[in-house]
Design a protein around this ligand. Structure first.
Ligand code: URA
Length: 226
């Protein structure tokens, strides 16, 4: 068989298996992601449905809800926290409760909210017991989901909330102070790291520093900074 005949046979088999929909298979992704640029909202919703019964790690035994994330699927700003809290696990949404209220206030101060220009998710989609740090094995199983969300949303900027999320996205175990005010990269998307809202509730002195970060973030996503 020549190359053209091989390609023809591949297409015939592909159509039998998958019909007329084009799927893109990534090495690190178990799930086939349907790319449909004309209906991005439906696609990310479909993607959520396809993974929400995930049993890839033991957190699936203790979770109440798989917390996929929420927000504007066309957001230019993607916020990534560490993992759902107890309250988030109960409600099924990220950053619910007091920590989430503070985050909402910060977003409102930069002219945005959870449904406008922002998408919020976490490194882990399920709550670790007693809010312990994510295990490497859990991150390895869960991070492909984040990578796929990134492909759907295509934000202009990713914000890692807190040192743990920063460490995982940057693959660098350094103090948060050394992560701030620098632009890193995650799958070709710029990343900045700022304080986790929970730490602002504990140490009020950090609020001004976080506000400095969010003013930079506002200017960057609004196009006033490169
Ligand atoms: N809630 C989240 O969704 N993520 C965090 O990192 C903390 C609380």
């Amino acid at each position: 068989m020549n190359n053209l005949e091989l390609f023809h046979e591949f297409i015939q088999r592909y159509k039998i298996l998958y019909g007329n929909v084009i799927y893109k298979f990534d090495e690190d992704i178990d799930n086939a992601v349907q790319y449909n640029d004309t209906n991005l909202n439906a696609s990310i919703g479909k993607y959520e449905t396809s993974i929400r019964n995930c049993q890839e790690c033991k957190l699936s035994n203790t979770r109440l809800n798989f917390v996929f994330g929420m927000g504007d699927p066309n957001a230019d700003l993607l916020l990534v926290g560490e993992a759902p809290s107890k309250e988030d696990d109960i409600k099924g949404t990220p950053f619910a409760g007091k920590i989430g209220n503070l985050l909402d206030n910060i977003l409102s101060a930069i002219g945005r909210n959870r449904f406008k220009g922002v998408y919020i998710t976490n490194i882990l989609k399920c709550r670790p017991p007693k809010n312990r740090d994510p295990l490497i094995s859990e991150v390895n199983k869960c991070e492909p989901y984040l990578k796929n969300q990134l492909k759907f949303i295509k934000p202009k900027l990713i914000i890692a909330l807190g040192r743990i999320a920063g460490k995982i996205l940057l693959q660098q175990d350094i103090p948060l102070e050394d992560m701030r005010k620098k632009t890193f990269n995650y799958l070709d998307t710029p990343v900045r790291v700022t304080y986790h809202p929970a730490s602002l509730l504990i140490n009020k002195n950090l609020k001004q520093l976080a506000w400095d970060d969010f003013q930079w973030i506002r200017d960057y996503v609004d196009g006033n900074k490169n």
